[in-house]
Design a protein around this ligand. Structure first.
Ligand code: ATP
Ligand code: MG
Length: 398
C-alpha cells in the first residue's frame, strides 16, 4: 500500500471495530491500481456521520449535509463520507437530495466511471462491482450503468470523461462516447467555472491532443464558451503533438490564443467567457507577446523587461511545441543582464526629480518613462546623477 494509506488505514480499522464497513474509494484506489502517485485519499463508510463522531475524539463537520466528516487521528485529518445515493438532478447538475445508506454497492453505483467506482479494504482487498478492472486493463473510460442516463443526471460527467481520458491516456468506451455525443447540449446547464476546471485538467494531462479530438468529435466544443467559431483552428491544434509540453494553465490559454490567432481584445473576450481571473488574462497577454517575439527569433530587451522572466519561460514552453523555443538558460541570462528588472530599480523616482527642481505633474511621469526606456535599452547608465542630467535634457527638449 502507498504511504498515504498507512495512517488512513487505522481510521478504517477503528470504524470496522465498531461494527461498520469502511473503504478507500475514488481516485486514490484507481491511481494505486495504475501505479500512479495519489493525491487525496477518499474514504467511505456505512456509518452515519453521528455514528462516526462517536468513534473518534475529535471530528470536524466538513460537509456534514453531504455526509462528510473530518476525523482527527494522530494529529492528522482524514475525510470520511457516509455511503449515499443522490436523487433529483432536475437541473442536469448536482442532485436535489442526498440520502445516507448502508449499502456499499448503492454508493459505488452513483459514481461516474467504472475506474472511479472501486472500493478497497484496509487490507488492500479491492472490491470491483462494475468490471472496473477490465476497463483499467483495456484503458477505457466507461460510465457506470446507462451512460445516457448518467449524463442526464449530471452533464459535467461528459467533460470529466474527456479529462480522465487525457490524464490517463485512456479511450472513451464506444457507448459512453456515443452518449456524450447524444447529450452534449446538456453542457449548457453546467457552470462555466466547473467546465473550466475539467478543461484545464484535460489540457494538462498526458494526452491533450486526444482530449481535444474528443471535444471536437463529440461536439462538446459547440457548448463550451467561445470555441464554436474556431472549428478549423481547433482541429489544427488537436493535430499537434502536445504531450509533455504544457505545464500550467497560463500556457494552456496562451497556446489557444496563439493557435486561434486572437487579437488582444479577443483574448480578453475568450478569457472572460471562460471566467478566468483578470490576473490570468494579464499573464496570458504577456505570454502571447513573448510567443511572437520567440517566433521572430530575436530577443528584444524592452519586451523581456515587460514580459517578465516567468512569462518568458511560459512562452518558451509553448514554443517548444513548434520547435521554436530557445534554451532556458539563454533566456534567463538575457533577462538577468537587463540593466533593471523593474521600475523600482531605476535610480531616480518622482521624489528625487522634484528635489532636483522638477515640478510635479504629468510631464514628470513622461520623463520617468523615457528614462526607464533608455536605461533598459542601454542608452543611459542607471546612475542617479546621469539620470537627473538626462532628465533635464529631456525636459528642455519638450
Ligand atoms: P482526482 O485525481 O482528479 O482527484 P478523482 O477520481 O479523485 O480524481 P474527484 O473529482 O476527486 O476525482 O472525485 C472523487 C470521486 O468521486 C470520483 O473518483 C468518483 O467516484 C466520484 N465523483 C466525483 N465527481 C463525480 C460526478 N460528477 N459524478 C459521479 N461521481 C463523481
Ligand atoms: Mg480526488
Amino acid at each position: 500500500l502507498p504511504s498515504e494509506f498507512i495512517d488512513a488505514r487505522k481510521v478504517l480499522q477503528v470504524i470496522e471495530q465498531n461494527g461498520f464497513e469502511a473503504y478507500f474509494v475514488g481516485g486514490s484506489v484507481r491511481d494505486t491500481l495504475l501505479n500512479l502517485p495519489i493525491h487525496d485519499v477518499d474514504m467511505a463508510t456505512s456509518a452515519y456521520p453521528a455514528e462516526i463522531k462517536k468513534f473518534f475524539k475529535r471530528t470536524i463537520d466538513t460537509g456534514i449535509e453531504h455526509g462528510t466528516v473530518t476525523v482527527m487521528f494522530d494529529h492528522k485529518g482524514f475525510e470520511i463520507t457516509t455511503f449515499r445515493t443522490e436523487s433529483g438532478y432536475q437541473d442536469f447538475r448536482r442532485p436535489d437530495k442526498v440520502t445516507f445508506i448502508r449499502s456499499l454497492k448503492e454508493d459505488l453505483k452513483r459514481r461516474d466511471f467504472t475506474i472511479n467506482a472501486f472500493a478497497m479494504k484496509e487490507n488492500g482487498e479491492v472490491i470491483d462491482l462494475f468490471n472496473g478492472m477490465e476497463d483499467l486493463q483495456h484503458h477505457l473510460i466507461r460510465a457506470v450503468g446507462d451512460a445516457n442516463q448518467r449524463f442526464n443526471e449530471d452533464a459535467l460527467r461528459m467533460m470529466r470523461a474527456v479529462r480522465f481520458g487525457s490524464q490517463l491516456n485512456f479511450k472513451i468506451e464506444e457507448k459512453t462516447f456515443a452518449a456524450i455525443k447524444a447529450n452534449c447540449q446538456l453542457l449548457k446547464k453546467i457552470a462555466i467555472e466547473r467546465i473550466n476546471v475539467e478543461f484545464i485538467k484535460m489540457m494538462l494531462g498526458i494526452s491533450p491532443s486526444q482530449g481535444l479530438q474528443e471535444i471536437l468529435g463529440t461536439d462538446l466544443f459547440e457548448y463550451v464558451p467561445f470555441f464554436n467559431q474556431y472549428l478549423s483552428e481547433l482541429k489544427h491544434l488537436a493535430n499537434l503533438d502536445l504531450s509533455n509540453h504544457l505545464t500550467n494553465e497560463i500556457q494552456v490559454w496562451s497556446l489557444l490564443a496563439f493557435e486561434l490567432n486572437l487579437k488582444q481584445s479577443q483574448i480578453r473576450k475568450m478569457m472572460k467567457l471562460w471566467k478566468c481571473s483578470n490576473k490570468m488574462t494579464e499573464n496570458v497577454l504577456q505570454v502571447v507577446k513573448g510567443i511572437k517575439m520567440l517566433q521572430n527569433k530575436q530577443i528584444v530587451s524592452l519586451f523581456i523587461y515587460q514580459i517578465g522572466l516567468n512569462n518568458l519561460l511560459n512562452a518558451n514552453h509553448v514554443m517548444e511545441i513548434y520547435g521554436l523555443n530557445q534554451g532556458e538558460e539563454e533566456l534567463e541570462n538575457a533577462f538577468n543582464s537587463l540593466p533593471i528588472k523593474q521600475k523600482a530599480e531605476l535610480n531616480v523616482n518622482g521624489g528625487s526629480l522634484i528635489k532636483a527642481g522638477f515640478k510635479p505633474g504629468p510631464q514628470l511621469g513622461k520623463v520617468l518613462n523615457d528614462l526607464e526606456l533608455m536605461v533598459i535599452n542601454g542608452e543611459v547608465e542607471n546612475d542617479q546623477i546621469t539620470l537627473i542630467n538626462k532628465a533635464k535634457e529631456l525636459a528642455n527638449e519638450n
